[in-house]
Design a protein around this ligand. Structure first.
Ligand code: ZN
Length: 460
């Protein structure tokens, strides 16, 4: 089994790292923005990572997350949670409840579950999660079918997400229904769910390979009968940000209800596409923890949060308990037996570790120089790596020269580095040598090693 916990966000060898004080007080606020730009008293700090152009459609600072880790996928296997398809893992009831509670504690607005029509177990799990009394609204994801809808509304969910394939591929090779049949069934199911006083969303499947006229026509129809949201799905992960922007913006101009988007990550675009969808007027984004899902998965919760935090940190901090993110990711990683990828935004192995000397100097002066995310906002720690040959003198001033010299011979452990620093510091404080007198430092280090060795001999 793969190791899965991401520990304390530590780099490869913790013995070579030093944590850095993150309470930086050089007059900067979040993301390094000066509190009073241009010296204008009372001026609002401007976030340099925020969208540059005001766009009245943009919901980058006004969105909701529909967390779909526990949901049935939209494509070939409707009934298996995205996460289960990812790694052949299986979420038992206890695990599902733990995940739902963790997501709720993180603060997602919606938690979406597998269709209760999938199996007796799915139905009872759905009921159990509804009974937890979570703050998040509970949704379930069903086929556009009256039989499924009847079962779903009895479980106590806050809303039902209805889906049907609209692309020519799905119409021809999957369910074999034409648009007239799809529209008629959609109206019947939506009106039934609405009559129960709960939310209802209608989504097409494989939207980006569906006929645009068909798509807009059915969305307009369901909008008119009062659906809460329409959903767009890049089921095969084929869309690029420009296509997403165009489709969502067009849709925004023809419906008045909310717009949800579900994006697969086959070409690595899922986070970028989600951001673009919000810019074009989407209101709800589907995510899964670590992006797990069918094939290479969907928009990841952590990645989306990182991206939206960069755009508006205060808004994201006000909505979500960001220090919970690592715990939530560890929980899912453990359940599906995978590692946290080293490149994972925020919680990846070395997300807040700085190695090269020139970076270390800037980071120590102002962390925002090389960071757009503040580790402390996520309950994490910034590290500067000092026990290697790229170490610059700025990290620990003069003593780094000695460490570099020693590290050229062999990698230095934390103890080795600590010894150099202590001997150097003591020598300077005692007036044994001045800055730059490296030969004297060498002698002091030699003396220190000899006395340590004789101490060990005495003990032995
Ligand atoms: Zn999906």
């Amino acid at each position: 089994m793969c190791p899965h916990a991401n520990g304390d966000n530590l780099p490869t060898d913790p013995s070579q790292m030093v944590p850095v004080n993150i309470s930086h007080t050089n007059g900067t606020t979040t993301n390094g923005v000066k509190a009073r730009p241009n010296g204008i008293p009372g001026a609002q700090p401007r976030n340099p990572y925020a969208p540059r152009y005001a766009d009245f459609l943009s919901n980058v600072s006004n969105f909701k997350i529909i967390e779909s880790t526990l949901r049935g996928s939209q494509s070939s296997c409707l009934y298996a949670p995205e996460g289960e398809q990812f790694a052949n893992a299986f979420f038992d009831t206890k695990t599902k409840i733990a995940i739902a509670k963790a997501l709720d504690a993180f603060g997602v607005e919606y938690i979406e579950l597998t269709s209760p029509a999938a199996s007796e177990q799915s139905r009872s799990d759905c009921e159990a999660i509804c009974k937890l009394g979570l703050k998040a609204k509970i949704l379930t994801h069903i086929r556009c079918h009256m039989d499924d809808a009847r079962i779903a509304v009895e479980t106590g969910v806050d809303g039902v997400d209805v889906v049907i394939g609209t692309s020519s591929f799905l119409r021809e090779f999957s369910h074999g229904k034409d648009m007239a049949y799809i529209t008629k069934t959609a109206i019947e199911v939506i009106e039934f769910v609405k009559s129960k006083g709960i939310e209802v969303r209608f989504s097409s499947e494989d939207s980006f390979r569906s006929d645009l006229v068909d798509l807009l026509s059915i969305y307009q129809t369901v909008d008119k009968i009062g659906v809460n949201r329409v959903g767009v799905a890049d089921t095969v992960g084929c869309a690029n940000p420009r296509q997403v922007y165009d489709l969502v913006r067009t849709l925004r101009s023809v419906v008045s209800c909310d717009i949800e988007i579900h994006l697969h990550n086959d070409t690595g675009m899922a986070i970028a596409n989600a951001y673009t969808a919000l810019e074009a007027g989407a209101t709800h984004i589907d995510t899964s923890v670590l992006g797990i899902g069918e094939r290479v998965g969907i928009t990841s919760l952590g990645g989306l949060v990182a991206c939206l935090y960069a755009a508006n940190p205060e808004y994201v901090k006000s909505k979500y308990n960001l220090s919970m993110l690592r715990e939530v990711e560890n929980l899912i990683a453990s359940a599906v037996e995978v590692s946290i990828p080293f490149s994972n935004p925020i919680t990846g192995y070395c997300a807040f570790t700085h190695k090269a000397g020139i970076h270390a100097k800037a980071i120590l002066n102002n962390p925002s120089t090389y960071e757009i995310l503040k580790p402390e906002d996520f309950g994490l720690t910034r590290y500067v790596s000092i026990g290697h040959r790229l170490t610059g003198w700025n990290a620990i001033k003069d003593a780094t020269n000695k460490i570099k010299e020693l590290a050229d011979v062999r990698t230095q452990s934390m103890e080795d580095v600590d010894t150099v620093l202590r001997v150097y510091h003591t020598g300077i404080v005692n007036g044994d040598f001045l800055v730059g007198e490296s030969d004297k430092l060498d002698k002091l280090l030699q003396r220190h090693r000899q006395s340590s060795a004789s101490d060990l001999t005495t003990i032995a």
